[in-house]
Every structure is written in structure tokens, then in C-alpha cells.
Design a protein around this ligand. Structure first.
Ligand code: ZN
Length: 187
């Protein structure tokens, strides 16, 4: 027994290890120590952090979400639900609250038990640029509109959970220090 999500795949023989790689159906994945990602997020270099964010957003939106759709035959809100379960069951933490406004193309998401942020020792700013990119990529796809994600609270700063705000670039207030540090002002 791992958790409900993976148990189903194990039971149906959908979780495989072949040619030294792991696969969920045919989607490759790897098991990676949290410490490795914490190290990547500990540079305290905003330009590097933005590069990580935009690269992951692009990869999730253009490659990962479409292949989730193809591999598991899901679309729209079902695909979002599946993607959420995938990340939670894969150990990225618990999604404790989702405030989703589909019409306005906005969302606020809280994540607790984040294994990467809780290992950061010297963070002075919200540090989850990988998760920011994942959320921006997922929601750009489901809203069918280019949206960005800013982390406004973070476990790495001793807060109880991480909070992510997702909306259109032009709706962010660039006088806010987190927005200025995390997004390019004009794209
Ligand atoms: Zn965080």
C-alpha cells in the first residue's frame, strides 16, 4: 500500500520499471531526493529563479498536460483533478485549499507538507519556483488563456503553508515585492 492513486496503477500493472526507467502507463518519471530540488532553489538569484519558472511552465503546458490527456484519456476539469492527485500522490505535499474562479480565470491554491520548501535553510523569499511553474502551466492549459503564478506565502519562510496566486499577467500588481521578484514585467 502506497496511496490510493498509485495502488490503483500497481493493481492494474500500470506502474512499470523497464530499461532502468520508471513509467506510469507510458509516462516516464523518476524518484528524486527532495534535497536535490531544495539545492536548486537555494541560489537566491531572482534571474535564475525566473528562468526555472518560465521553463517549467512551458514544459508542463506544452508537453506534460497534453501527454496526461493522451495517456489517461482525460480532458478539462477531470484532467485538472487527475493532475492534482498525481502531484499529491507523488509526494509534493498536500493541496489544502483551492479557490478556483473558472469564469474570471483565477485561482488561489494552498499547499502544506511541502518536502522541498521545508528543507530550505536560508530562504528570504518564497522559494517554490518549480511548483509555481507547474501551476502556471496547468492553469494556462485549462483556462485556455496565458496565466502566471506568484507565490505569496511559503513554508521556507516558516509559514504553515505555501500560497500560490494564479491569474493573468496584467492583473498582478507590480508594486508588490513578490510579483516584482517572480515575474518579468512585460512579456
Ligand atoms: Zn513555498
Amino acid at each position: 500500500m502506497l496511496n490510493k492513486f498509485y495502488d490503483k496503477f500497481i493493481f492494474a500493472n500500470g506502474l512499470k520499471y523497464k530499461n532502468n526507467n520508471f513509467f506510469l502507463i507510458d509516462l516516464p518519471f523518476l524518484v528524486c531526493p527532495a534535497e536535490l530540488l531544495s539545492g536548486l532553489l537555494e541560489t537566491n538569484d531572482p534571474e535564475f529563479e525566473k528562468k526555472i519558472y518560465y521553463a517549467i511552465k512551458k514544459s508542463v503546458s506544452t508537453n506534460l498536460i497534453p501527454s496526461f490527456g493522451t495517456e489517461f484519456g482525460l480532458r478539462g476539469k477531470k484532467l485538472v483533478g487527475f493532475t492534482e492527485k498525481y502531484f499529491v500522490a507523488s509526494g509534493w505535499g498536500a493541496i489544502t485549499n483551492v479557490d478556483l474562479d473558472f469564469e474570471a480565470q483565477k485561482a488561489i491554491i494552498s499547499v502544506s507538507n511541502n518536502p522541498v520548501a521545508s528543507r530550505l535553510r536560508s530562504a528570504k523569499h518564497p522559494a517554490d519556483h518549480i511548483l509555481r511553474g507547474v501551476f502556471a502551466g496547468i492553469f494556462s492549459r485549462i483556462f485556455e488563456e496565458d496565466v502566471e503564478c506568484v507565490e505569496s506565502h511559503c513554508c521556507a519562510l516558516g509559514e504553515s503553508s505555501c500560497e500560490f496566486v494564479i491569474k493573468k499577467q496584467r492583473e498582478f500588481d507590480f508594486s508588490n515585492k513578490h510579483v516584482r521578484r517572480q515575474l518579468e514585467p512585460d512579456l
